[in-house]
Design a protein around this ligand. Structure first.
Ligand SMILES: Cc1ncc(COP(=O)(O)O)c(C=O)c1O
Ligand SMILES: [Zn+2]
Length: 414
């Protein structure tokens, strides 16, 4: 790949050639040895600055100098990225500005399309036509949809308990679906074994170094939309830790190539019942990251991850970035979801609403000085899990088709 100088192991630091291997460092193994894509920042930076000159072009391809792709023709023929950034004035008495980056408008309705587009392009570049992944649901529907658009066969492993809409999406896109009667963490390990046995290309979280690259594009885009003056702090929800890593890396790279002055601090928000990364980070003081895991339990299914696969990057990158982690309860997620929909018209799935809930919690704990600007990433659509959304609202008023019934209900509610 012309703009990449190497793939560096995030734990031992060994650097591999850009085409030398597909997945993780053989010396360190899958979870510890995730690889990071290193660019030739001088030439890529120059090319990047040239491409993004002028106004926001709503085209993710403009960021290609900082993406692992040579031939843009290999991207799936769907519009990934270019999602809206909404100001949220309601809250600006306590902070200077709030921006909601609504990624539910991606082709398969989640942020995951940003990573999948690069995995699909990489597979096409290699002439591979079968891809697998394990996922809590969104990476899966993303792979199924973008794979379908690119004429690829997809083999998906999801926990049987994934919300019905996500599983239906997979089936409608024509994926081969294994609904595994186990947690996401177990489905992940099964997909890893199956991919090795059958030689399938693997897009499961963290295993492929390009995924984090795709996940940084939401941050590049947010900075671009704000004329390269991104917010001081950005909130994002965290499961395996790839999005939070991608955002931290992307902002660092923008700083390095002189596009922005200071990287925004990235605040990773986890569910209280699935907080492996937050708790590992709490004890981290630099150096090696100790691999930890737990049994996950949260209603926010997309971030119900106990054995996060991008733990090392998520801890190291956020530490370097000066960001932090926090947790929110399921009740805080539900009220955040409802509030965001009712006050800003953005309908998030629980995992996505966790980022907003984290911001609200930080606000209520007085963590802002009043002049700061804030970005919140909404990473998935509320339509993906309506049963969870229903928990925050009342049932509709059922009536016969008579005006008197309307009158009666109106009187009762006054
Ligand atoms: C809607 C949504 N938000 C956030 C996340 C967390 O992303 P990551 O696993 O990269 O931490 C996911 C992952 O599935 C997701 O689907
Ligand atoms: Zn290594």
């Amino acid at each position: 790949m012309k703009n990449i100088t190497g793939l560096r192991c995030v734990s031992c630091g060994k650097v591999y050639g850009p085409e030398e291997l597909d997945y993780t460092c053989p010396d360190c193994g899958p979870r510890k040895g995730t690889l990071e894509v290193v660019y030739d920042y001088e030439s890529s930076g120059k090319e990047f600055r040239e491409k993004v000159k002028g106004s926001f072009a709503e085209d993710i391809k403009n960021y290609s100098p900082l993406l692992p792709i040579d031939n843009l023709e290999n991207l799936p023929p769907l519009e990934v990225g270019g999602t809206p950034l909404y100001p949220f004035h309601e809250l600006t008495d306590k902070v200077n500005e709030v921006w909601i980056k609504d990624d539910s408008g991606n082709p398969t309705a989640s942020y995951k399309d940003r990573a999948t587009m690069l995995a699909v392009a990489a597979a096409r570049e290699k002439g591979i036509d079968t891809i697998t992944c394990a996922s809590t649901g969104n990476a899966a529907s993303s792979l199924a949809g973008l794979g379908a658009a690119s004429g690829m066969e997809t083999i998906i492993f999801v926990p049987k308990s994934a919300p019905e809409a996500k599983i239906t999406q997979l089936l409608v896109y024509g994926a081969n679906v294994f609904a595994v009667d186990a947690s996401y963490d177990e489905a992940y390990d099964l997909a890893l074994k199956a991919a090795e046995k059958y030689g399938w290309y693997n897009r499961s979280a963290a295993i492929h170094p390009y995924l984090v690259e795709g996940k940084k594009t939401g941050g590049l885009e947010m900075a671009d939309q704000l004329d390269w003056e991104p917010p001081d702090r950005v909130f994002v929800s965290v499961g395996d830790g790839s999005i939070v890593s991608g955002l931290s890396k992307g902002f660092k790279e923008l700083t390095r190539i002189g596009m922005i002055d200071d990287p925004p601090k990235v605040i990773g928000v986890q569910a209280e019942g699935a907080d492996t990364i937050a708790s590992t980070f709490a004890d981290y003081t630099g150096g090696d990251v100790e691999l930890q895991e737990q049994k996950a339990s949260t209603m926010a299914d997309s971030i119900a991850v106990g054995k996060p696969r991008d733990l090392v990057k998520a801890v190291k990158y956020v530490y370097e970035n000066g960001g932090e982690y926090m947790t929110v309860s399921d009740a805080e997620i539900t009220s955040g979801l409802t509030e965001l929909a009712q006050k800003r018209g953005v309908f998030a799935e629980p995992a996505a609403a966790a980022a907003y809930a984290g911001f609200k919690k930080a606000l209520s704990e007085g963590k802002f000085n009043g002049d700061e600007s804030v970005g919140v990433f909404i990473t998935g659509s509320g339509l993906k899990d309506v049963d969870a959304a229903k928990k925050g609202v009342n049932d509709p008023k059922e009536i016969p088709p008579e005006l008197s019934a309307v009158d009666r209900v109106l009187q009762q509610s006054h």
